[in-house]
Design a protein. Structure first.
Length: 125
């Protein structure tokens, strides 16, 4: 579970990012210490979108960052289904491959990494 989770700070960071042209709040459900959040960023090259999902419970924090255009391009998440990867459960889906990611589950730090990687991916396509 992340030490600090502040959805308003996350949204502000997304809006300030130079790759982002629009941020939509699709779902923002909070009950006591639990929450489900889904955000969508339309990127400057409006062909691409980045969906961000967070599920926060008392004991767990799951995230997913998914880059897509007409199809999925890349996804980073911490769903615990690849236990043999270094840095389990944090991993990265790209094309047909799954590999360990350098994410930590700290949303502010991870978003910075996401946008750096998204920029590299878009430049390489």
């Amino acid at each position: 579970m992340p030490h600090r989770f502040d959805i308003s700070r996350i949204i502000a960071l997304l809006k300030k990012n130079p790759l982002t042209s629009k941020v939509e709040i699709l779902t923002l459900d909070e009950i006591e210490r639990r929450g489900f959040y889904k955000l969508r960023c339309t990127l400057i090259s409006s062909k691409y979108k980045l969906d961000i999902k967070y599920i926060k419970t008392e004991n767990d924090f799951l995230y997913s960052y998914q880059l897509y255009a007409n199809r999925d391009v890349a996804r980073w998440d911490n769903e615990p289904h690849y236990p043999n990867l270094r840095n389990y459960p944090h991993h990265y889906h790209y094309k047909e491959n799954v590999s360990a990611s350098e994410f930590s589950g700290e949303p502010i730090e991870d978003i910075k990494k996401v946008f750096s990687l998204v920029s590299e991916i878009i430049d390489s396509i």
